[in-house]
Design a protein around this ligand. Structure first.
Ligand code: MLT
Length: 407
């Protein structure tokens, strides 16, 4: 008799954004005359930067010629993209990251989800609350948690991000082995200072732990004092893995390209105390289970780092940040406390009521989709996340509707 991985039965029936999509589809089907504006999932709406499109076309033409055609590429990514990332995303910020420490992939969601499988199943986990649900769900699937009791899985040390700590959790007194951090934060939009990140690096060192640092939204940082990478912090090479994505930086959600940095100096241990290279483990996993990102897509991603690409991607993130400012101002006028939206494309609104009730109210009365805070964890209750990813026209229209619905 074929048996299932029973850890899956501990999960909520569906993934947060799948659940929301189902509810929105049901609403749209029942109300075909009421067009819905989506400020829920962080999916970009603006076209790819011209430099990326040009590179994509040129690479596609290469694939049409025998002399330039490419079959399987290196699983870890082509040298031209790994080198561009090392130079522009790291060396330019004073971080020492070598091209062969960069693993190109088809998305940070997959990398954040997959990384846990190279670590022990009985390790001590620390995960923020509220949080991007992938970090929690993938550890539940792997059997690292007990059942969900009152909205929390047994076996996870939850790092609460609340108004009281400015939505940046302080290092806990208890020890953890694997710690997830995300800055600029999804869902709150909060950013961490150099001092706060330094405390996490020191904590990881003291506990021989690893930080999994998701910086998918770093391109939205405008405050020059805020680090873009964990490797801007002294000693982070020995304790941190970083995830980056071109999805929100350059509109690649449908194009698919991201990368994960695993420094060669990063170590983890077996039960007998033997030391292992995490880079070697991830390389083993990546080469066994992944066949690389399409050549034209990697060429398009490399174009982000050209002079034209840099100007165009900056304009793209500026555009969404201007949407975020409109949302922040509108929420303020309506009297809702909020954070985020200044160094991140998400605004975290204190709704003062049940978050799914707020979601339903926004959908029914304003035909605007947001993301209920409770979907990100217990601390998200009473909050909603509003995404700045949409056209200016749709954001403006949504804000007029929200004002009418909530006044
Ligand atoms: C989000 O809305 O949180 C993100 O778009 C989800 C993702 O990047 O997978």
């Amino acid at each position: 008799m074929i048996r299932i991985n029973e850890n899956y039965t501990k999960l909520k029936a569906s993934y947060l954004f799948a659940d929301i999509a189902k509810r929105v589809t049901a609403y749209v089907t029942a109300n075909p005359d009421k067009p819905v504006i989506r400020l829920g999932i962080g999916d970009v709406t603006e076209p790819l930067p011209a430099a990326c499109v040009k590179a994509l076309h040129a690479a596609t033409d290469e694939m049409a010629q025998r002399s330039t055609f490419k079959g399987y590429g290196p699983e870890q990514g082509y040298g031209f993209l790994r080198e561009a990332v090392a130079q522009h995303d790291y060396a330019a910020r004073g971080c020492r990251i070598e091209p062969d420490e960069i693993f190109i992939s088809d998305g940070s969601k997959c990398d954040c989800a997959n990384i846990q499988e190279i670590f022990a199943t009985d390790l001590r986990l620390a995960i923020p609350d509220p949080v991007y649900p992938v970090y929690v769900d993938t550890n539940v699937m792997a059997g690292r948690t007990g059942p969900n009791v009152d909205g929390r899985y047994e076996g996870i040390l939850y790092l609460e991000s609340t108004q009281a700590n400015g939505y940046v959790p302080a290092v806990p007194t208890a020890a953890a082995d694997l710690i997830y951090l995300c800055f600029p934060n999804n869902p709150t939009g909060a950013v961490a200072t150099r001092e706060q990140l330094s405390a996490w690096v020191a904590y990881a060192k003291a506990n021989r732990a690893i930080l999994l640092f998701d910086s998918a939204y770093e391109a939205y940082i405008r405050d020059p004092a805020i680090p873009h990478s964990i490797y801007e912090i002294e000693g982070a090479r020995d304790v941190a893995i970083e995830f980056r994505s071109f999805s929100k930086t350059a509109g690649f959600t449908g194009t698919r390209c991201a990368y994960t940095v695993v420094p060669r100096s990063l170590k983890a241990w077996d039960a007998a105390g033997g030391e292992h290279s995490v880079h070697a483990l991830w390389n083993r996993r990546h080469t066994t289970k992944f066949n690389g990102v399409a050549y034209p897509i990697q060429k398009a991603a490399a174009a982000i780092f050209t002079e034209d690409g840099k100007v165009q991607t900056r304009a793209l993130t500026d555009f969404y940040l201007a949407n975020a400012r409109l949302i922040r101002e509108a929420m303020g006028r309506l009297g809702f406390p909020y954070v985020g939206g200044d160094n991140a494309p998400y605004i975290w609104v204190n709704t003062g009521r049940d978050s799914w009730e707020f979601f339903d109210l926004m959908l029914d009365r304003a035909q605007v989709v947001c993301t209920p805070g409770a979907g990100f964890g217990k601390c998200g209750e009473g909050h909603a996340r509003i995404s700045a990813f949409n056209s200016r026209e749709n954001v403006e229209r949504a804000l007029v509707r929200i004002a009418a619905a909530l006044r």
